[in-house]
Design a binder for this molecule. Sequence first.
Ligand code: TNX
Length: 537
Amino acid sequence: MPSRAPRRPRLPRVLTASAATAALAAVPGAPAVAAVPLPTAGHAVAAPQVVPAPASLRALSGVSFSLTRRTRILVRPGADRAGTYLAGILRRSTGYPVPISRTGGATGAIALSLTGGGGGEAYRLSVRRDSVWLSSGTPAGLFRGVQTLRQLLPPAIESATVRPGPWSAPGVEIEDAPRFAWRGTMLDVARHFFTVRQVERYIDTAALYKVNMLHLHLSDDQGWRIAIPGRPRLTSYGGSTAVGGGPGGFYTERDFTEIVRYAAERYMTVVPEIDGPGHTNAALASYAELNCDGHAPPLYTGTDVGFSSLCIGKPVTYEFLDDVLGRLAKFTPGPYLHIGGDEAMSTKPADYAEYLRRIEEIVRRHGKTLTGWADIGAATVPRGAIAQYWQPAKGSEEGTATARAAVRQGARLVMSPADHAYLDMKYTASTPLGQDWAGLVEVRDAYEWDPGTLIDGVSDKDVAGVEAPLWTETIVSDHDIDYMTLPRLPAIAEIGWTPQNGRSWNDFRLRLAAQGPRWAVLGRAYYPSPQVPWPTS
Ligand code: TNX
């Protein structure tokens, strides 16, 4: 790894609410605000420290908004869900009633409105002395804006029990929109199984950083995690273990539907993955007919890759895939089905191409968009497919060839280069969890790269977005998930959200530092990287 000169930690900037109100730019729908001097507040209000950095943020020096026992949330039509979600957070920690009202003036209120104009996740947030205005063209944009407002309030706002406050947010004018539409994270529930509750907890962590795609790696050599009617052994047997021989587990259709619902409430799309033709030992062990020789291998609890393959020439393989993908398609409202396709070292190239031809037809027939690891670029892929780049290669190096081939065919890339975006890589040689085959990935390594220039011949228009995968060979608990995810998931989330020219490591590390106390209140463990000037108290 290149050595980097240590930098002197800087403390987060602090604004005091004692200066005169700055002149405010007009926000559509908001009344003009006179530049009157503020009463001197008795406490300092932290400067805005938002992750991902908004596309545009203007701090209003000397201005702050304080939640009080009388604060209301004013929801205009279409803003109910964001309002209810925000009220849930504010009520728990402040103990204030925070009623939601649909009528009345905005003074003293947090006003949420759908502007009707503009789609996507863009939003405007204006924090003034006597009111907060949040507007967006979509409910999803309001939800993203609520995450920003959360981060403007003190970390204790995340508390599940009542805290004393004060509850002030610094005055800001924010206009924000994401760089990429796909800002994902993947959780491997195959190597180790995680319960619905654990997945939902992870969704909550990711939602705070405006992550909008949840990729679930539902099958691999070590476990099959989703119930499929008519194929009970996939879960009763194929789901019965995990890496290291643990008890495994699986989701019923109800469980899966609950995860989809919970994610959708946070405007997050679930992308289910059934890996193949490799990474299929759990399925091969469950049904002998899926093996070319008709013999089921034993269950596998090690961590090797590349040894299993579905039988390409047998019709039952495609009946099986049709059943599984058809069922998943039915329970997945999002447009994507991820078919894996990585590391098929036990499948001949011609067989791999045939597998892709057949599975592409199945995915299309079930009305979904083909999504796979970028290895699929070695075969024929349809225009509009999504290829997920994972290798730790750059420029035109070997390893980028399949991704470039996918782009030439009209696919778009989701960028997950393992040496930057893999959440299972160790931070340092002494990190107790994780792997190091792609190198050590400190927070700065996770942050300092550009998905639009990493691969020769691939530019922003070919990139659907970014995703941070958490493979779980060494990950078994909520604590492990947190420790590997924080602080790197926020780094990848910022790459996906913030314009490339609007972000820098020196600024990011200060904003990241401000997240530490928030994670502490949320009960999230994190890796206290020495690259980040965490507050000491
Ligand atoms: C490679 S990257 C894999 C996974 C492993 C991971 C461990 C990719 C598409 N496949 O099967 O879990 O490395 O880091």
